[in-house]
Design a protein around this ligand. Structure first.
Ligand SMILES: Nc1ncnc2c1ncn2[C@@H]1O[C@H](COP(=O)(O)OP(=O)(O)OP(=O)(O)O)[C@@H](O)[C@H]1O
Ligand SMILES: [Mg+2]
Length: 319
């Protein structure tokens, strides 16, 4: 699988495998449990090749347990894969040191599902947001000014009121706004947002997604969006990777995948959201016909990769 050859790869995973070993809670001496113990491995990522290209917005879409968050952690430098390589601007993330490590930490920022992952409950919002500038060489005054400006951008106004608040004094939506401020304040190159609205009240989800959209557009930030929700992936990203059981099963332009899904799993995901065809309206009576790739598609077969190339950067895992 390849991105456009002229695009710059900001993040690149190659042949990444992650296996988790599950510990059994069964008592010792229990024969059945010991058998289970030996075989209880979860392959969270299987031979994943994936690139995030400079300036693009790309989503990882898939059901629960498909490996989306695991891949996010691998790209954030939190989880070293057993096999494979992970690079930021061509340098192995897990070998970065000194200045390069600092640049990576500044430039690749997460937004989590739970804003408490980036907000210390015991500290004021001003403190937590300013931590996003922890590695920046700026004066105290410059940092304070930047915090105020960023809070304003994320809509936590009047700023003076929010600076001294504690996370528990905010609503869920306001807390996520503060977490977004913390992620964007240092003007990172890449934002990795893992289900940023799924814990929030349905009434504020659109506002928060629009805020992320506004923030990333204003700085042309590269954006990796993780979700189980095809509709928001379509709204926010121009390219999409569909994951199933630790594998990327389909990759391509979001519109191409939604207009003509090639993998059976993608079709199943789409059938779960019938009105994805038209923004907000009901689906037309359009049957989803699986293209019989490998038989009647124009796509070239690439025997080495296990993917069929359907053209225009659209790849589907061989069935
Ligand atoms: N720390 C861990 N220890 C053991 N197993 C884990 C761990 N983290 C993830 N897994 C397993 O790895 C697989 C992939 O998990 P992951 O969290 O990446 O999925 P996901 O696509 O993010 O799912 P969700 O949509 O529910 O967030 C799952 O089977 C999960 O149970
Ligand atoms: Mg997850």
């Amino acid at each position: 699988m390849v991105g456009s050859p002229w695009s710059h790869e900001v993040l690149k995973a190659q042949g990444v495998n992650v296996v988790f070993r599950m510990r059994s809670s069964a008592p010792k001496g229990d024969h059945l449990a010991s058998v289970a113990r030996e075989s209880f491995y979860v392959k969270a990522l299987r031979n994943v090749d994936f690139q995030v290209l400079e300036g693009e917005s790309v989503s990882l879409v898939g059901g629960s347990g498909s490996g989306k968050s695991t891949l996010a952690k691998v790209f954030l430098g939190f989880l070293r894969p057993k096999e494979g390589s992970v690079a930021y601007l061509g340098n192995d993330i897990y070998r970065l040191k000194g200045r390069r490590m600092r640049e990576f930490r500044i430039n690749v920022q997460p937004i989590f599902q739970d804003p408490y992952n980036s907000l210390n409950p015991a500290r004021k919002i001003s403190h937590s947001v300013q931590l996003g500038l922890f590695l920046h060489e700026m004066s105290k005054e410059q940092k304070e000014e930047r915090v105020a400006r960023t809070l304003e951008m994320v809509g936590l106004t009047p700023v003076d009121l929010f600076l001294d608040k504690y996370p528990h004094q905010l609503s869920g939506g306001q807390r996520q706004r503060a977490a977004i401020a913390r992620a964007f304040i240092g003007q990172p190159k890449v934002i990795i947002a893992d289900e940023p609205v799924s814990m929030l009240d349905a009434s504020v989800r659109a506002d928060i997604l629009n805020l992320i959209l506004k923030m990333k557009q204003s700085k042309n930030t590269t954006f990796l969006y993780i979700t189980h929700d095809l509709a928001t992936a379509r709204y926010l990203t121009e390219r999409m990777a569909v994951m199933e059981q630790g594998e990327i099963v389909e990759l391509g332009k979001t519109e191409d995948i939604i207009e003509s899904p090639a993998h059976e799993y993608t079709m199943r995901l789409m059938n779960a959201v019938p009105d994805i065809w038209h923004h907000g309206s009901r689906a037309p009576d359009r049957p989803v016909v699986p293209p019989r790739f490998g038989v009647d598609s124009d796509g070239e077969k690439d025997e080495t990769s296990g993917y069929v190339d359907l053209g225009n950067g659209h790849y589907v895992k061989r069935g």
